[in-house]
Each structure stands twice: as C-alpha cells, then as structure tokens.
Design a protein around this ligand. Sequence first.
Ligand SMILES: [Zn+2]
Length: 145
Amino acid sequence: MICEICGKRRAIKTVVIEGAEVEICEVCLGNFEYKTPQGRPVKKREKRPERETEVVENLGEIVKQARESEGLSYAEFAKKVGIKEALLRRIEHGFIPDLGTVRKLERYLKKKLTYEIVIDEEEGPEKREEAYSLESISEIENDGS
Ligand SMILES: [Zn+2]
C-alpha cells in the first residue's frame, strides 16, 4: 500500500482522519502530526460501529393498509397480531411501539418493518480535544480490522 498523502512512500500505518481511513507513510505521519492544527478533532476508531434497530417511519400507514385490505376491525386485527386494540389504534395514528410489538406485527404481516442503522460514533467533547499523538495512532493499529 502506497501512502495516500504523498503517494510516494510505502504506507506503514492506517490512521483515521475525520472519519476516513488513510494509509500513511512514516514521513507523512510525522508531517501530519506537525501540521495538525491544535484542537482539531481527529476521530479514532475504538471499536466497531454500533448498530441499532430502527422502526420504519410509515409503520402506521403499513399497518392500517394491511388491516383495511383484510377488512378487519381494530379489535379483530389486534387480536390476530396479539396486541391490545388501543395500542393498534395508536400505532395507526403514528405511534412507534416497542420492538417486541413491532416484531409481532412483522410476523403477522410477513413484512420487515425495521431496519438497521450504524451509529456514527461521536466522541465526547473532552475526547475530541485530545491531541493527535503517536500513541493514539498505534492504538488504532492494534485495534485492527
Ligand atoms: Zn507519505
């Protein structure tokens, strides 16, 4: 791998600069450290990004359409899904229920109602002010990926 900064020398390390992985050579590594303005946040990747399950935004619409296409009342549909009628009404009006309820709806409708999002790790303000140092670079390297 060639250094992505100078494009000349062999890259020896991977550093994360503002969220992007950059292969960098020994010389540029030194220069970069020198050039980095003080207090400029340099994100380092400490762990794999976390994933979180999000519920589709139009859940209410989907549920309402499904119920109406089956010609069911709130009570009937709620019973089939295995949830309370009052909860079903709220969902159709835009309420996002807990994941357990969403899973019940998914099972009944045979339709995926959730999606995974990757949490962008925003580090705390204290951490962001950490100076860019050789120490933090080697930590990234040891983390591996
Ligand atoms: Zn270089």
